[in-house]
Design a protein around this ligand. Structure first.
Ligand code: NDP
Length: 388
């Protein structure tokens, strides 16, 4: 692997963005960074742009352009702001775009990268949940390539023989179970923000940490798996594996099960996406199987974690319902993080907004944004009612 590849890191100030920067900085001969983006964190964006030697730095909040220009003064790095600049970052001709923005906010930029036929290391699962088949159609139409960064989907990607989908019996999507795996509903009713953010195995951004605690993250991943791989929903089983060492498994018709294992560190799937179809040496702790001793497995509990049932329902219904699931969840998680609602209210709100929605067939990308907008407003109204 001798050719230097250029990379655009969307969401460089986040957990995925920082891990991507870390991998790239450990292989400066193989990667150079063209563009980096963030939402509001000007200081960290500017620092990352300088450290990575980026050419273009974009802040999504337009009101912060002046601050970004000041922070980059004398560096020679071009500054941009707003949605159009995010799209421009994705459209510039880098070899790989790491989609590390959180939430549906990443959709337009990811689509821009797809429409120029880029290789996309996709962490931003919400975009695939929302835009679904439309996004996959665009990938085919523009000959783009999606390499999943989510550790479970990276694992499946590595062991799946997608040339012969009829040989796949089922996909076993593993889940840690989150910090409340063994908690009763009564105990979960009063959990604090700090308790919900404290994931037992992974260090991640706030939104995905809460999604892991409600297990909505696994629900979104179920939808993501059915979008990425040639399997129906009925063939994807969620399996709780508290150690988070087996990142997922594929069972074939002859009973063979292939798994991908590794330490719970996102730099491994990120490096895989950056180097695909090759592999990048990484100096990370290796698995010590004797020290681990045992792996355990459990079935998920949809009664205590209703987000799993809601995601399956949204996937089965298709059309606009997954967009509603995602938008309602994003608003509800933000409300929980802001201390406005309780932990169990998150899934209750998502269910209420889904029930209030009249499902429709998804027509085009504008339909995605219109549905997302409507579902957000409905959820905000319901949050406001709860807070009265
Ligand atoms: P973080 O919250 O840590 O980072 C999010 C990044 O997106 C930040 O750079 C943030 O900028 C930027 N951002 C937030 N809102 C917007 C917006 N409206 N417009 C543009 N940029 C925005 O998230 P994570 O890194 O944890 O997660 C990113 C994505 O990757 C999510 O979709 C998540 O589900 C997925 N993922 C994450 C994993 C992890 O280990 N963290 C594992 C697997 C998947 P700023 O800092 O300025 O707010």
């Amino acid at each position: 692997m001798s050719v230097t590849k250029s990379v655009c890191i969307m969401g460089v100030t986040g957990s995925i963005g920082k891990s991507t920067a870390d991998v790239i900085l450990s292989h400066p001969d193989r990667y150079r960074v063209d563009a980096v983006t963030a939402h509001r964190n000007v200081a960290e964006l500017a620092a990352a742009a300088v450290k990575l030697g980026a050419r273009f730095a974009v802040i999504a909040d337009e009101t912060l352009l002046g601050e970004l220009k000041s922070a980059l003064a004398g560096s020679g790095i071009e500054a941009g702001a707003g949605e159009s600049a995010l799209i421009e970052a994705a459209e510039r001709p880098s070899d790989i775009v790491i989609a590390g923005i959180v939430g549906a906010a990443g959709l337009r930029a990811t689509l821009a990268a797809i429409r120029r036929g880029a290789i996309i290391g996709l962490a931003n699962k919400e975009t695939l949940v929302c835009a679904g088949e439309l996004m996959i159609d665009e990938v085919r139409r523009y000959n783009a390539t999606i390499i999943p960064v989510d550790s479970e989907h990276s694992a499946i990607f590595q062991v799946l023989d997608d040339h012969a989908p009829e040989r796949i019996e089922r996909i076993l999507l593993t889940a840690s179970g989150g910090p409340f795996r063994t908690w009763s509903l009564d105990e979960m009713a009063s959990v604090s923000r700090a308790q919900a953010l404290a994931h037992p195995n992974w260090s991640m951004g706030a939104k995905i940490s809460i999604d892991s605690a409600t297990m909505m993250n696994k629900g979104l991943e179920l939808i993501e798996a059915c979008r990425l791989f040639p399997v129906p929903e009925s063939k994807v089983e969620i399996l709780v594996h508290p150690q988070s060492v087996i990142h997922s498994m594929v069972e074939y018709v002859d009973g063979s099960v292939l798994a991908q294992l590794g330490t719970p560190d996102m730099r491994t799937p990120i490096a895989y996406a950056l180097a695909w179809p090759e592999r990048l040496p990484l100096v990370l702790p290796r698995l010590d199987f004797a020290a681990i001793g045992q792996f355990s497995f459990e079935s998920p509990d949809e009664h205590r974690f209703p987000a799993l049932r809601l995601a399956r329902e949204a996937l089965r219904a298709g059309g606009t319902l997954p967009i509603v699931l995602n938008a309602a969840n994003e608003v509800a998680v933000a409300a929980f993080l802001a201390g406005r609602i309780g932990f169990l209210d998150i899934a209750k709100l998502v269910e209420a907004v889904m029930v209030a929605h009249t499902g429709e067939r998804l027509t085009d990308i504008d339909h995605v944004f219109a549905t997302d907008d409507l579902a957000r407003r409905r959820t905000e109204d319901m949050v406001a009612q709860l807070c009265l």
